[in-house]
Write a protein that binds this ligand. Structure first.
Ligand code: HEC
Ligand code: HEC
Length: 375
């Protein structure tokens, strides 16, 4: 089934599949001013998006048919809700003075909006939460490589639209960057998805020495709790802010259905790249228990049980990465990527029989469980 939700994709934020650009206008993690701090222009601006979103979610339910089956049918798409795409900046959003100093809770640092928009500098709200960053992590290299720490945050805690890197084995990090570069690792997104396009583009430009220094650094950082998983029948009505969901002001909600939606509880802190904020992931009731059963026992015996390879507490073993306490959104994107044949690196081959048997619902359950564990 070709999802009808394609209709809501803002054309200015999407590119044809496979196309990528490095220019700043391709994608902005912060495509508009930090107007979330002030009164939202509601309902004039929000309501049309809310309406489109309701229409989209109505179609998005029951997208099971949009993924290939275990018999190797043609790769299709992951559901739209796995890839929240920035809605265009409302023309009448209040513009803040980009020189106003901004703060986040618990940090004495200040950054202006203009500084926070500079992708060649990773904003360090909590300098004591990590060791000294190598050049490529703190500043990247102009013009092609944004600072790794800008997207992944300085301590590698990551954000839902990218990936946490803290504590992953250095050789694993190096191999993944090589896979992005060779084309063995692409996005499961139905269309282009800006953050991953940029990751792929910069992987092509980074030297072996730069990747090695970033990998050594991130492997030594300590992952912190970054997400709270909440079972619920209903979910706040949402808009998209910086590639994650945020509640539409006003308190309205809607049925969650068979979806997993990760929210920034404070959209301003998300846009300020505050890496101490915990995201909230809504999952259907019963997900954690069902997910635990899949993780412990597998769908078709112990060879497909996650604990067999990722370790009893899913903390990772050797080069098999940690999946405990990571963004469920990130994790489910990867399950779709393995399943849809866009993550084909040779080290990932053991994952193929695992995902072949997983329905979308099973994926939601098991990533909900993994995300709920201590990192
Ligand atoms: C523009 C934002 C951005 C920048 C800058 C960036 N990344 Fe990424 N990175 C991403 C995104 C998005 C993903 C998730 C890809 C996916 O979903 O498959 C990712 C994923 C990764 C992964 C895979 C993690 C895993 O668990 O498999 C590694 C490793 C990585 N990045 C390393 C780096 C390094 C090293 C740098 C700096 C040289 C860097 N990234 C800079 C956006 C970025
Ligand atoms: C037979 C061994 C094996 C089993 C069983 C297994 N995995 Fe994996 N998994 C791997 C390996 C190896 C990788 C690393 C792939 C790579 O290097 O690209 C991986 C990677 C992943 C990733 C991507 C992580 C990242 O950082 O990008 C996710 C998500 C994942 N596994 C989830 C699961 C879940 C959920 C289960 C259980 C339903 C599971 N795995 C069962 C071996 C396994």
């Amino acid at each position: 089934m070709k999802p009808a939700v394609q209709m809501i994709i803002a054309p200015d934020h999407r590119l044809p599949v496979g196309e990528s650009r490095t220019t700043a206008d391709l994608i902005s993690d912060r495509p508009r001013p930090l107007y979330t701090r002030s009164v939202m222009p509601f309902p004039a601006v929000v309501l049309p998006f809310a309406f489109l979103w309701i229409a989209a979610t109505t179609v998005a339910y029951g997208v099971e048919g949009s993924v290939p089956d275990s018999k190797g049918n043609a790769p299709a798409t992951a559901p739209e809700w796995v890839f929240p795409t920035n809605t265009p900046a409302p023309g009448d959003a209040p513009v803040h003075d980009p020189t106003t100093p901004l703060h986040v809770p618990g940090s004495r640092a200040t950054y202006t909006e203009a500084q926070l928009a500079d992708r060649f500098s990773a904003p360090g709200w909590f300098p004591r939460s990590h060791s000294a960053m190598p050049e490529i992590v703190a500043y990247g290299r102009k013009p092609d490589i944004y600072a790794c720490g800008y997207c992944h945050t300085p301590a590698g805690q990551g954000r839902p639209e990218n990936a946490s890197l803290a504590g992953l084995p250095a050789p694993y990090i190096i191999q993944q960057v090589a896979d992005f570069k060779s084309g063995a690792r692409r996005s499961a997104s139905p269309g282009s998805f800006g953050p991953v396009d940029l990751m792929i583009s910069l992987a092509a430009h980074a030297t072996d020495a730069e990747v090695a220094s970033a990998a050594a650094y991130f492997s030594q950082q300590h992952p912190l709790p970054r997400v709270r998983v909440v079972e619920s029948d209903r979910v706040p009505r949402s808009r998209v802010v910086g590639w994650v969901y945020a509640a539409v002001p006003g308190g309205a909600d809607e049925p969650l259905g068979d979806r997993l939606l990760e929210f920034a509880p404070d959209p301003a802190r998300h846009e300020e790249r505050d890496d101490a904020m915990k995201y909230v992931t809504y999952v259907p009731r019963g997900s954690l228990q069902r997910g635990r059963a899949i993780a412990m026992n597998g769908l078709s015996g112990p060879t497909t049980a996650c604990v067999t390879c990722h370790g009893n507490t899913l903390q990772g073993v050797g080069l098999v990465p940690r999946i405990a306490g990571r963004s469920p959104t990130y994790l489910i994107r990867q399950l779709f990527a393995f399943r849809n044949g866009v993550r084909t690196g040779s080290n990932g081959q053991p994952m193929l029989p695992v995902v072949a048997g997983l329905t979308t619902r099973g994926m939601i359950d098991v990533v909900a469980y993994a995300g709920s564990l201590r990192p």
